[in-house]
Ligand binder design. Structure first.
Ligand SMILES: [Zn+2]
Length: 447
């Protein structure tokens, strides 16, 4: 496959390395990169009247910026059928939003709607150039086999996944145990080259010491990271203090939840002393700015996150638009600190962290270098000012994050070709039918 006229963003030693080039991909590997002059190309393009005519074996990026596929580090695929849901309860606090919206929606899900949610989420991932999704799943009325259902749908679209089931006490002891079993079953028997797992916990405020002890014993000495919401709202901090006389960190340490594959999601109300202590464990911390704004729960000040913590971004089920999420994180950082000089270094760090994190889970990552896997996305951004190593982050924030992804190539084929995604209409029709059922189930839970 020839990818020509691409403004390729390669990565070397945690730095963007843009190069204008033609790229040859053979059997999924980049075998040739030929750099050329962007200015000559612009002149040729301005004089040429030829229309774009892309095929499956030759793709003309026409000067557009090409990136490795993006990663969403905190997703809730189960939220996909929630748009327009007939919510009637009190939504005046974060805990009420959980009780009257999300914890009711997850109970309304059955196999058919989990499958439809995963199909829609896979299309959204492709539409946004996301090649790997870390999902935190909940469906208390259909726990067993739910992760495999999601895996099958992602696999059909060639999206990679790191999956887990969010264990919680909120639907009783037996349901909690089913969640534990689902995590362990997926970890032991369902992982593959494209699919890895974590152990999902909803949050410490919905797990008793008895349950955490049970989980600790069931996991034993398996090498598995945990994926849990931590200090998203103040409620989590206060609840743990009041009911367990512990800080969140003390409970995580007590049950041995902290390791290099663990994802601390949000961390909005962790203190700087907590962050410093977490630093020792080299855990990952996932910032979800859109969701934090939406739930009005406060946000993590990413400027205060110590260097040793692996800072990542996620969408928390709001959408799968990672370019938008980078923009939100950047703007929030400047706004929160009232400092217009911040952002580029941190953004560079977060963007490059995705590569080391993928390596932790998959043993490799795509950085668009010679001999790397030839997976890429084409953004709809053609630079109209000089672009180089020094100013690429300016182009990224003010240009690339404002553009759409138009093409995605992963696992040796196009998942989206100039905005066209195979079978999209069929999937939307199925999702609509499943969504109607979910709305009905949801309304019944009120009665
Ligand atoms: Zn979440």
């Amino acid at each position: 496959m020839l990818l020509k006229n691409a403004y390729l963003c390669q990565f070397k030693e945690n730095e963007f390395m843009p190069i204008f080039a033609d790229v040859v991909i053979d059997e999924g590997k980049i075998i040739k990169i030929k750099s050329k002059s962007y200015e000559k190309f612009l002149k040729f393009r301005a004089d040429s009247e030829e229309p774009e005519n892309n095929t499956l074996s030759e793709y003309d990026a026409n000067g557009r910026v090409v990136l490795p596929p993006l990663v969403n580090f905190h997703e809730h695929i189960y939220s996909r059928l929630s748009k327009g849901l007939p919510v009637t309860g009190d939504l005046s606090s974060f805990i009420k939003v959980l009780e009257n919206l999300w914890w009711k929606l997850d109970r309304a899900l059955k196999e058919k709607s989990i499958k439809a949610s995963a199909q829609i989420a896979a299309i959204e991932a492709v539409r946004n150039g996301v090649g790997t999704v870390f999902d935190h799943h909940a469906s208390p009325s259909a726990v067993s086999g739910s992760l495999n259902l999601i895996k099958q749908e992602l696999k059909l679209r060639d999206i990679k996944g790191v999956l887990c089931y969010e264990v919680s006490d909120r639907n009783g002891k037996e349901n909690m145990k089913q969640g534990v079993e689902e995590n362990i079953d997926f970890f032991r028997f369902r992982t593959s080259e494209q699919f890895k797992s974590q152990f999902g916990l909803h949050a410490l405020f919905t797990l008793s010491d008895e349950s955490l002890n049970y989980i600790h014993n069931e996991v034993g000495d398996e090498d598995i990271g945990y994926h849990l919401h931590v200090a998203e709202g103040k409620y989590d901090v206060e609840f743990n203090k009041k009911n367990f006389s512990s800080t969140l960190l003390q409970r995580m340490k007590k049950f041995d939840l902290l390791n290099k594959k663990t994802f601390i999601v949000h961390g909005n109300h962790l203190t700087s002393s907590d962050l410093k202590q977490l630093n020792k464990y080299k855990v990952n911390i996932v910032h979800n700015p859109d969701s934090n704004f939406n739930n009005a729960v406060g946000t993590l000040n990413i400027e205060k996150v110590p260097q040793g913590l692996n800072l990542l971004l996620g969408t928390d089920g709001m959408h799968c638009n990672m370019l938008k999420t980078y923009k939100m994180a950047f703007l929030n950082l400047r706004h929160q600190n009232r400092n217009s000089t911040l952002g580029f270094d941190l953004l560079n760090r977060i963007f490059c962290n995705q590569f080391s994190t993928l390596k932790r889970f998959f043993g490799k990552s795509d950085q668009l270098r010679l001999a790397d896997e030839g997976n890429f996305i084409v953004t709809d951004y053609i630079p109209y000012t000089p672009l180089n190593r020094e100013n690429i982050l300016g182009h990224f924030i003010y240009g690339i994050t404002e553009s759409s992804v138009r093409t995605m190539y992963q696992n040796e084929h196009f998942l989206m070709h100039d905005f066209d995604i195979e079978d999209e209409a069929k999937i939307l029709k199925n999702a609509y039918a499943a969504g109607k059922e979910v709305f009905q189930n949801f309304e019944k839970l009120d009665k």
